[in-house]
Design a protein around this ligand. Structure first.
Ligand code: NDP
Length: 323
């Protein structure tokens, strides 16, 4: 039985990845913050709560990481823990930069020091590319990050690459574009729109407040994106891959689509200046050719199909429809 250790297991991707790996027969160690209670709701939703070994660990503390790695000798480490909100990174730049970079460095140091052939996956982000001169983005596009979050992810990406080249570690970076699911945090755009629209339709709320809805992003379906993480870790040689749908849609399109499905008027949508960010990527989409051809990653969803899935799942969870 292989052992996979997942940091950030309490997040969206951590839970879907844990479920996917459990179905493949892995033993799963879930690293959680050393403070605070674990919220098991998402694990219960996926019916995996009792199949994960949860371990407290402060990723700022190298000695704690080393002792956990010695205890479990993981074959694969998936590093998903991060302050993952672009918006929050503008209000908490120091905490975002400190955690998102030092945690990665500590994990890599632990692998290097212990010397066990652990494979390492780093959750990189399309936000690293930021201001680009041409689209689609591919693995060779230069980076120009536009937020503290993006800067932290770019730095973590290059540390991971450096440890691969300098110490011959099996490190790979999955550069994932936005991906959504029922388990997305409510503060993220797509989930916020779905919850907001449902509250207007069924609970007499009046408005959905948004920032700049002319921005375009390449959105995908999280349960399919975690499969690509695993595929990257099964190759003969480690490499970095872009994981994306290959097309962008505007935030306005997403609101219109969900509102149309629920028979709501766009007059319920209001732009709040306080939700605008100091710098924003206008449009971004990627080229997934390398992931599809080298990893055999299969992805065929249009984002409207994903929105239909997510809306139905949410309505069912809230018992507003039967099936
Ligand atoms: P989430 O925000 O849902 O989960 C983040 C995880 O990191 C949670 O488990 C959270 O723990 C943990 N975490 C955050 N801050 C700390 C901290 N200071 N100390 C310890 N743990 C911490 O992210 P996703 O699952 O959506 O994303 C997974 C990874 O992929 C992240 O690194 C993200 O930046 C990256 N990514 C995500 C994309 C997306 O569209 N979802 C796109 C590209 C990259 P807790 O539950 O305790 O808060």
């Amino acid at each position: 039985m292989k052992t996979a250790l997942i940091t950030g297991i309490t997040g969206q991707d951590g839970k879907y990845l844990a479920k996917f790996l459990i179905e493949k027969g892995y033993r799963i160690i879930g690293m959680v913050r050393s403070t605070g209670e674990i919220n098991y709701t998402g694990f219960d939703y996926l019916d995996i709560t009792n199949q994960v070994i949860f371990e407290n660990c402060d990723l700022h503390d190298l000695t704690q990481i080393i002792s956990l790695f010695k205890k479990y000798q993981p074959d694969e480490v998936y590093n998903l823990a991060a302050q993952s909100s672009v918006g929050q990174s503008f209000s908490q730049p120091i905490g975002t930069i400190q955690f998102n970079i030092i945690s990665v460095l500590n994990l890599l140091e632990a692998i290097k020091i212990i010397g066990y052939p652990t494979r390492f996956y780093q959750a990189s982000s399309s936000e690293m590319y930021g201001k680009v001169s041409s689209l689609p983005i591919n693995e060779n596009t230069p980076m120009h990050p536009l937020s503290p979050y993006a800067v932290s992810k770019a730095s973590a990406h290059w540390i991971t690459t450096n440890y691969r080249e300098a110490y011959r570690l099996y490190n790979c970076c999955g550069v994932l574009f936005n991906h959504e699911s029922f388990l997305r945090k409510p503060s993220f755009f797509v989930k916020k729109v779905i919850l907001g629209a449902i509250d207007i339709k069924y609970r007499n709320n009046e408005k959905l407040f948004v920032g700049n809805i002319n921005l375009k992003r390449d959105f995908g379906f999280a349960p399919k994106y975690v499969e690509a993480m695993w595929l990257m870790m099964q190759q003969d040689k480690p490499a970095d891959y872009l994981i994306c749908s290959g097309e962008s849609v505007s935030l306005k399109f997403i609101i219109e689509y969900i509102f149309d499905r629920l028979g709501l008027s766009m007059q319920c949508v209001e732009v709040l200046p306080s939700l605008l960010r100091p710098t924003e990527i206008e449009d971004i989409y990627g080229d997934n050719t390398k992931a599809k051809s080298e990893l055999g990653w299969d992805y065929h969803y249009r984002f409207s199909d994903v929105l239909d899935i997510l809306l139905q799942e949410e309505l069912k969870f809230q018992k507003l429809i039967d099936k």
